[in-house]
Design a protein around this ligand. Structure first.
Ligand code: ATP
Length: 301
């Protein structure tokens, strides 16, 4: 378990992460979601032992990270933002450097080179690799010591589609193995790919965690949207739409219809109503799609 307990920190000019607390548990993904500058990277720097908190604690399986950093850090693998590798060292030597620090056998390097499709680049300087390959190398390095907790800063940016897919598979595999995965993103749509696994999302704004919610709840808000239709013959509209299998409620000025796919269903609903000469004066969603939910959630804090 990873406990982030009321941490604050900054870069000498006031705190940019403020009173942040959350818990990440085994077999679960914890996502930090937030706009640029919200404090995601800074939070990750604190929980990976790079940047000290000005207050609060980070506890990794009962070990206080900032009291026993060496012990706690062995349990954590970190993929920093960007593709931070040593550009003048070969792919192999990049991994060897960390293998020595963590006392990891060289066999493990070969295993990872194979797993991440880096075998043929073994002797190539990391600085000469493409961005996507550098990221794969950085990821292999993060996994070198087989950490229980994996912290990935914007893992899906700058990757080609096959690499994104294999990274996702890797994440699913590690979850099954019982690891804790944390990642940050500002790409909301990426989250839809994690449906079906245990995933919690913490939304950050200006250094604070303003909302924490299960991914399925967040996605359900987009999936089952209530759409309010202002119509003239509301009872007739209700009966008609119910015949088409919709769940409909009467409102003072019209009806509310629950749709699972807004873009496809709204034009169809409008056609159904218009063919029966029911006039529609307004169509609006009761709850907004995910981007709007995000904006609205963070606006009020
Ligand atoms: P992004 O999605 O753009 O990476 P983020 O949510 O990860 O954003 P941080 O990088 O943690 O946000 O930045 C939080 C705040 O801290 C920002 O205002 C940023 O300008 C500031 N900041 C980040 N790194 C430093 C640094 N090394 N020195 C001074 N200020 C910094």
């Amino acid at each position: 378990m990873l406990e982030v307990d009321n941490i604050s920190t900054g870069y000498g000019n006031g705190d940019v992460v403020k009173d942040l607390s959350f818990i990440a548990i085994k077999k679960e993904i914890y996502v930090l979601l937030g706009a640029n500058g919200a404090g995601k990277t800074t939070t990750f720097r604190v929980i990976t032992g790079i940047l000290p908190p000005s207050k609060g604690r980070v506890v990794v399986d009962g070990i206080d990270l900032w009291v026993e950093p060496e012990k706690a850090k062995r349990k954590i693998g970190y993929l920093p933002e960007g593709e931070r590798v040593y550009p003048d060292l070969s792919v192999y030597k990049n991994l060897l450097f960390f293998a020595k620090i963590y006392d990891v056998k060289e066999e493990r390097i070969n295993e990872l080179l194979k797993e991440f499709g880096l075998k043929k680049y073994r002797n190539v300087k990391a600085g000469h690799l493409s961005r996507g390959l550098r990221k794969r190398l950085a990821l292999a390095r993060a996994l070198l010591h087989d950490p229980d907790i994996l912290v990935l800063d914007e893992p899906f940016s700058n990757l080609d589609i096959p690499t994104v897919l294999s990274l996702r598979d890797k994440i699913f595999e590690m979850l099954k193995e019982g690891k804790i995965i944390l990642f940050s993103t500002h790409i909301l749509s990426e989250l839809q790919n994690f449906e079906g696994v245990k995933c919690r999302v913490g939304i950050m704004k200006e250094g604070r965690l303003v909302l924490e919610e299960r991914l399925e709840n967040l996605l359900n808000r987009i999936r089952n949207i209530d759409v309010v239709l202002k119509v003239d013959k509301k009872q007739q509209a209700k009966e008609l739409l119910e015949k088409f299998g919709y769940s409909v409620n009467l409102e003072s000025t019209g009806v509310t219809v629950r749709v699972s796919n807004y873009n496809d269903e709204i034009p169809a609903i409008m056609k159904i109503l218009l063919t029966q000469e029911i006039n529609i004066y307004e169509v609006k969603t009761k709850e907004a799609p995910i981007e709007k939910i995000f904006i609205e959630t963070t606006k009020s804090y």
